[in-house]
Design a protein around this ligand. Structure first.
Ligand code: NDP
Ligand code: MG
Length: 376
């Protein structure tokens, strides 16, 4: 029995993780789950899985829940609760499915404990990638579908023979648009191939998500940024490609379903009793690939430049984007203004080279404040 903790259990990845665990009834014990505010879903998970601990990081939501809750699960309030769970020595595997910067410090702490982590929270690597050691990277099993695919394709291969990595991208809901003017929230949240949390869905529409994924791949696979390319592939069947020096290539194909990379990470980096439908290529008929339109979708180039600058800059990119997406979802700004906020916040920031954790946290907080005040 593997003791598992799911950080961000109430979100899209968290709930998919629980679906996978249901298929492996006697293999996992859910030791701990966490959420921020969504105590209704948290409560359903507690009733179904009886974890030892449940953390609610938003203190008001936690206090309200604690008054009513009468069960056996120990409820912990605030971010401190997450730190307490990371201290539990009997947890074998952590799944980090918290969204945004909030998921980063838990990743660093879990790695310091030498524990294995199934990592969906890509921000941990985008922001703190330089502070994670090569030894610690060995503890990370990427859940992000593209990186999970590359991880599998690289298995048994020599790093020195890798020519480049090609990250595939669906292109999001606005792939065939000639202009991004006048786009609303509802259509932005209608992703053609993946069902995900709101933040990453908006990031997929701007292609900032793919920009993050370039930085994530750069650190995870120890490759220079210029060896990581992006290819638009609307069907999301080919999850990414590794090209070798002899121009042969390996790819991982499946219907798009996050349960597959999650299952691979949970059951010890192997192929399980797959719970997703089979891939019938004869029914799909054709797979399409295009170069990304980097003039219209500026997010890719912005991310590449932030990665090349390094230091505190990727943290600033993330912080500006968190605020810009929040402002867009609140109806305060237009879709195209997201990029304007990123550009202005990045321009304003003076990069600190070789930053420590505190420098990165400060750069993030400063960028949050600046991005909130950007007039578009
Ligand atoms: P969701 O928004 O669906 O879920 C986020 C989870 O994090 C929820 O449990 C939420 O709690 C919790 N959370 C949010 N804010 C905080 C906070 N400040 N402190 C503590 N917990 C918090 O996101 P997704 O599941 O879509 O994404 C999670 C991560 O996985 C992201 O980093 C994303 O980029 C990455 N990812 C997601 C994919 C997907 O298919 N969804 C694919 C690849 C990567 P509550 O419910 O209470 O708000
Ligand atoms: Mg991805």
């Amino acid at each position: 029995m593997k003791n598992i903790a799911i950080l961000g259990a109430t979100g899209s990845i968290g709930l998919n993780t629980l679906e996978v665990i249901k298929q492996y009834k006697n293999k996992f014990h859910i030791t701990a789950i966490t959420c921020n505010k969504n105590t209704a879903i948290l409560n359903q998970i507690i009733e179904e899985f009886s974890p030892d601990f449940a953390v609610i990081t938003d203190k008001n939501s936690c206090n309200d829940y604690e008054i009513k809750y009468k069960g056996k699960t120990k409820v912990l309030c605030g971010e401190d609760g997450i730190h307490k769970i990371i201290e539990l020595s009997y947890i074998d595997l952590f799944v980090n499915a918290i969204s945004g910067f909030a998921g980063c410090i838990p990743t660093i702490e879990i790695l310091k404990k030498g524990k294995e982590i199934a990592l969906a929270n890509k921000e941990s690597i985008v922001i703190f990638g330089d502070l994670i050691t090569r030894e610690q990277y060995k503890l990370i099993i990427p859940v992000d579908s593209e990186h999970n695919a590359i991880y599998q394709c690289l298995s048994g291969e020599k790093q020195s023979e890798v020519k480049r990595i090609i990250l595939t991208a669906s292109g999001g809901p606005f792939l065939h648009r000639k202009s991004l003017e006048g786009i609303g929230v509802k259509e932005t949240l209608e992703h053609p191939t993946w069902r995900m949390g709101k933040k990453i869905t908006v990031d997929s529409a701007t292609l900032i998500n793919k920009g993050y994924e370039i930085i994530e791949a750069h650190h995870l696979f120890n490759l220079p940024i210029n060896k990581i390319d992006v290819l638009i592939h609307p069907q999301s069947i080919v999850h990414s490609i590794v090209e070798f020096q002899d121009n042969s290539a390996k790819a991982l194909l499946s219907i798009p379903d996050m349960k597959l990379p999650i299952e691979y990470a949970l059951i010890g980096k192997k192929h399980g009793d797959s719970i997703i439908p089979p891939l019938d290529l004869s029914k799909i008929g054709h797979l399409d690939f295009y170069e990304p339109n980097t003039k219209l979708f500026k997010g890719l180039e912005i991310s590449r430049q932030c990665a090349e600058t390094g230091g505190t800059m990727p943290a600033v990119l993330n912080a500006a984007d968190e605020i810009a997406v929040k402002r867009f979802l609140n109806g305060e700004i237009e879709f195209l203004d997201i990029i304007k906020i990123l550009e202005k916040t990045i321009k304003h920031h003076k990069t600190i080279e070789n930053p420590g954790i505190k420098d990165i946290i400060k750069a993030t907080k400063d960028a949050y404040e600046f991005a909130k005040g950007v007039i578009v």
